[in-house]
Design a protein around this ligand. Structure first.
Ligand code: SME
Length: 163
């Protein structure tokens, strides 16, 4: 059985992400199936990061983003590329940090509690296969340390999975 190591949320975020990298590698183990690996990563992040209310994946399917494994309240199932924070990140092929979702034109509100958001694209062999989306009920919850840390975690997920 895997137990999530408690992350000391008082540590600088960059150090918290180093701990999370070790936890993710241990959690994925030898498993290479993408779906359970995404599900476990969403759970690891949801129960480790402070001040988040939604964490999960949207996967590219027939040209649009479709809801994948997540933790949090039920969410919208389909997002067009170019729409919302997720679709904009997917279109630009870059991570997006939104400090105040009410100021992001076209933000798609799935959970009314969400105030800030970060989205990381999942790129495999130079192709977009989906995005990781994390919401916070706090304004400006995410910064450059989160972007770098989450991009590293996403690259571990992709390297460790057949996708
Ligand atoms: N807020 C996102 C939609 C997904 S939910 O936050 C889970 C967006 O604007 O793309």
């Amino acid at each position: 059985m895997f137990t999530i190591n408690h992350i000391n949320n008082e540590l600088p975020k960059s150090l918290q992400y180093i701990e999370l990298e070790k936890s993710l590698i241990a959690l994925l183990g030898e498993e290479r199936q993408f779906l359970p690996n995404m599900a476990n990563m969403a759970s690891l992040l949801f129960f480790s990061l402070k001040n988040i209310n939604w964490c999960g994946f949207y996967l590219m399917n027939l040209g649009e983003l479709v809801l994948g494994p997540f933790q949090g309240k039920p969410a919208c199932v389909r997002i067009s590329v170019g729409k919302g924070v997720c679709g904009t990140s997917a279109q630009r092929l870059e991570s997006l940090i939104v400090q105040d979702v009410d100021k992001f034109p076209g933000h798609i509100a799935c959970d009314v509690d969400s105030r800030s958001e970060i989205v990381i694209p999942l790129m495999k062999n130079n192709e977009l296969i989906g995005v990781l989306d994390i919401d916070s009920p706090m304004l400006a919850c995410f910064n450059e340390d989160d972007r770098q840390g989450l991009e590293r975690l996403v690259s571990i997920l992709l390297e460790c999975s057949d996708c």
